[in-house]
Structures are given as structure tokens and as C-alpha cells.
Design a protein around this ligand. Structure first.
Ligand code: ASP
Length: 375
């Protein structure tokens, strides 16, 4: 997708319009083959017009450098992504819904301490784990989300319960937890979410951030410059998880789950549970799950804007996603990435960070997982 965007900006002005049609698809095919940056994966069965199914996931974008990764760790991340893809694929293959598939894939990553969601959620400044999650049905535009939950083992199941079993879209804190319990979601002691790695990250970030904390405790300071919001996360590997899918019926769905950002303030809610910011699905356009510095994704309403660019500006999913991730988010000072599938099964996975844990599985069962820019 990025390559496609680059190719179009470099060459298109130089060639006759007539070639645009020939060059772009060819370039995308050559540069995107075997790559996760661009793909047009879903063919339509001409007889039934039924879309072939596909699932795309992410495990967060951020400063993920090969130089800082051990082969063991890299293998563990790839295995975690593969397991999540397999869980969703099994559902899609047997004719299950994209909603069930994205929920299942996210749940697998929530149970994996490597990812910043569920079990591996990062710590707030107060040393708690406050999680956010959202899910959306592209067919009905129904959505459910929870924010700031501390005892729900799989926040994505609570988000699903809000969508399926309440008349609301977003529930937060103790109320969301009470509702999740009533809805039959598994409840755990907050200590379940303790992991040594995340605790160490908090201590590190707190130490680096001590000057900023002093400023924050000064009640005369009402507005901090936007860039200060994320000082603590400059070198952070975000690690949020998300999934988007299209099922055999051609229905789209999106899901996102996160522990948020290390050292976040009490009560801070990120973009993930905000429908239209970090999560969005609409059968008319696409399904999207974002990861990155949430404040920017909220302010730019990133996921819905990608959908709007497609719907109202007739942009492709690749171009619309690139517009937000490669231009608008960095322009404002934010970083991150997203995964998207459009109604025809074209996918996009742009990110403006060093890496993004990501993967896809197509109807033929072919699984691809990648971490860095190159692969
Ligand atoms: N977007 C998430 C948040 O701001 C963080 C992430 O993607 O890792 O809460």
C-alpha cells in the first residue's frame, strides 16, 4: 500500500493518463506479492456473488526494532499472531460470522502476555491495569465497547455483550464490570493482569517522566502542549490488538482491545473503544482497527474518516488509510498504524512507526505474519 502510494506520486505525473490504469495494478502486484503491505485477496464467486472470507489482525505498532529483538521473542510474537489468525480462520471457514471471528482472534491475543491487551495490559501511572475494547458489526452498524475495566478477563467479550445484550454502545468502569459479570463474562482478580515486563516498563517510564509528573501536579498548569501528553511513550511499543474480517456472506466486522498506554493517567480512555476513532466497520466501505497514540486517533476520528474518504471521496481503502496514517496523524504529531479490509476484500496495513505486529489469513488458509517494515 505504501509502495503503491509512493509509486503513484513519483511516476504518475510523468506518464500519460492512459498508462495509469496499466501501471498501478502491475506495480501493486509486483511490489505487493508475498507482502502484507498490499493485497487484493477476495475474489467474488461469479455465480453466487458471495465474498470469500479473510481475516487481518494487528498486535500493535510502535518502536519495534529488529536490533532489539531476540530470535526467540520474534518467534513468540509470530506464533501468537498465527494462533490468533487460526482461531478466527476456523470460524470463517465453517461459515461463521466475521463478528465471531474478530472476537475470537482478539481473545487469543488478550490471553497472550506478549500483547498489550487482557493478560498483558500495561500499567497506569497508579500501577493498575485499566482496559478498553470495542467491536462493531459492519452489516448493522451495531457496536459495543467498554472502557477502564479492571477485572474482566477478556474485555472484548464484554464489548460484545454491550453490543448484543444492552441498548448501549459504550460502558465504563465499575458499571461496565457489573454488566459484564451479569452477562456471563469471566471475572478475575486484578492481580491476574500483573506481568513483570509491564511492571518494569512502568517503573522505567515513571523514572524518565519524573519532571513531567512534577509539572502535572502543579494545579496552575491547565493545558499542557499536546506533545507532552505522550512524553512517557516516546519509545513505547504500543501493543494494542485488533482484528478485521470479511465472512462468507460478505459481512465486515472490526474489534480492538488494549491496556492503553503505559503510565496513562487514572481514568484516561484511548481511541480503541471510541467507535469511529480506533474501531469502525461498515459493509458499505470497510472494517478498521487502529493502534497508536490514541489521543491523535480520537482527535482525527481516524477509523471513520478512512470510511468517509472511501464513501464520499471514492478513495480506495489503501489510499484512504495512507491519507490518515502517513499524512494526517503524523502531521498532528501522532504515530501508529491501522489494519483495514474493504467490502471487496482489499486490505491495507499502513503504519508510520518502525514496526507493527500484523498478519492475515485468506480463504485458502494461507497465513502471513510480519513485524517490521520490510517483512
Ligand atoms: N491506541 C491505544 C491507546 O491509545 C494504544 C495502542 O494502540 O497501543 O490506548
Amino acid at each position: 500500500m505504501q509502495q503503491e502510494a509512493e509509486i503513484s506520486s513519483k511516476f504518475i505525473p510523468k506518464v500519460h493518463k492512459m498508462f495509469k490504469r496499466l501501471i498501478l495494478p502491475f506495480a501493486a502486484l509486483v511490489m505487493g506479492s508475498g507482502s502484507l503491505m498490499a493485497a487484493s485477496g477476495v475474489e467474488r464467486d461469479s455465480a453466487t456473488q458471495k465474498t470469500r472470507y479473510m481475516l487481518v489482525i494487528h498486535g500493535g505498532a510502535g518502536t519495534i526494532l529488529k536490533s532489539q529483538m531476540t530470535p526467540e521473542k520474534e518467534a513468540a510474537y509470530k506464533a501468537g499472531l498465527t494462533k490468533a489468525l487460526e482461531a478466527g480462520y476456523t470460524i470463517l471457514k465453517s461459515g461463521g460470522s466475521s463478528l465471531d471471528a474478530v472476537e475470537a482472534a482478539v481473545k487469543v491475543m488478550e490471553d497472550n502476555p506478549l500483547f498489550n491487551a487482557g493478560k498483558g495490559a500495561v500499567f497506569t501511572n497508579e500501577g493498575r491495569n485499566e482496559m478498553d475494547a470495542a467491536i462493531m458489526n459492519g452489516k448493522t452498524l451495531q457496536a459495543g465497547a467498554v472502557a477502564g475495566v479492571t477485572v474482566v478477563k477478556n474485555p472484548i467479550t464484554a464489548a460484545r455483550a454491550v453490543m448484543d445484550k444492552s441498548q448501549h454502545v459504550l460502558m465504563f468502569g465499575p458499571g461496565a464490570e457489573k454488566f459484564a459479570k451479569q452477562a456471563g463474562c469471566e471475572i478475575v482478580d486484578p492481580s491476574y493482569f500483573y506481568t513483570e515486563d509491564r511492571w518494569k516498563s512502568l517503573l522505567k517510564v515513571r523514572a524518565a517522566d519524573s519532571t513531567k509528573m512534577q509539572l502535572d501536579h502543579d494545579s496552575t498548569i491547565q493545558h499542557k502542549p499536546a506533545t507532552k501528553l505522550g512524553v512517557e511513550n516516546k519509545d513505547h511499543k504500543f501493543g494494542t490488538v485488533g482484528a478485521v474480517a470479511i465472512d462468507k456472506q460478505g459481512n465486515l466486522a472490526a474489534a480492538t482491545s488494549t491496556g492503553g498506554m503505559t503510565n496513562k493517567k487514572f481514568g484516561r480512555v484511548g481511541d480503541s473503544p471510541i467507535i469511529g476513532a480506533g474501531t469502525y466497520a461498515n459493509n458499505a466501505t470497510c472494517a478498521i482497527s487502529c493502534t497508536g497514540w490514541g489521543e491523535y486517533f480520537i482527535r482525527l476520528v481516524v477509523a471513520k474518516t478512512v470510511s468517509d474518504l472511501m464513501e464520499y471521496k471514492n478513495m480506495s481503502v489503501a489510499d484512504a488509510a495512507a491519507e490518515m496514517i502517513m499524512k494526517q496523524v503524523p502531521k498532528l504529531g501522532g504515530d501508529g498504524g491501522l489494519i483495514a479490509i474493504d467490502k471487496d476484500g482489499n486490505i491495507a496495513m499502513p503504519f508510520n512507526t518502525a514496526g507493527m505486529y500484523r498478519g492475515s489469513v485468506t480463504a485458502d488458509g494461507k497465513i502471513e505474519v510480519s513485524i517490521y517494515k520490510e517483512n
